[in-house]
Design a protein. Structure first.
Length: 153
């Protein structure tokens, strides 16, 4: 029997999620954006969230949402050879204009009140930041990151 080499799309895959989301509506909006902009999945870490009215395209029927108890749980479940990219206003982060998105990655956002903690940042493989001096709404920030990824294909 012949062995077939498995192939993957040229653009790899990506997922996006929020640590300790405070407003479930943000998760619904991010879910909708993730589906529209080609994400393979979304996830939450810490606080759980379920289907929201802000998901007007019923993305929950099209791409899965996963939940992880904490960031270590997320890291344990990262697919093989997948980069964890933190999105944070951090001096060591790469400006999104210069950022080269990994072929296979998971984008991790903090909530608007706390962002990503220093401990979570230390566990990310790479960091990217959006322009501005203040935090954007988390679903807006996630949508911008996803749009930047597809616009640089």
């Amino acid at each position: 029997m012949a062995r077939l080499k498995q192939t993957y799309p040229e653009d790899g895959f990506f997922g996006i999620g929020i640590v300790n989301a405070k407003d479930p509506q943000n998760v619904g909006t991010l879910w909708r954006s993730a589906y529209i902009l080609g994400a393979s999945f979304i996830f939450t870490v810490g606080n759980k969230s379920k289907k929201q009215t802000t998901d007007v395209v019923n993305a929950w029927q099209k791409i899965p949402q996963f939940h992880y108890a904490n960031v270590d749980d997320l890291i344990r479940h990262l697919p093989y050879d997948t980069c964890l990219v933190g999105v944070e206003l951090e001096d060591s982060a790469v400006d999104i204009q210069c950022f080269q998105h990994p072929h296979r990655c998971v984008y991790l956002l903090g909530n608007e009140q706390a962002g990503l903690t220093a401990e979570v940042i230390s566990k990310c493989h790479r960091l990217v930041k959006l322009p501005g001096d203040y935090s954007l709404n988390v679903s807006v920030a996630g949508s911008i990151v996803l749009y930047d990824r597809i616009s640089k294909k």
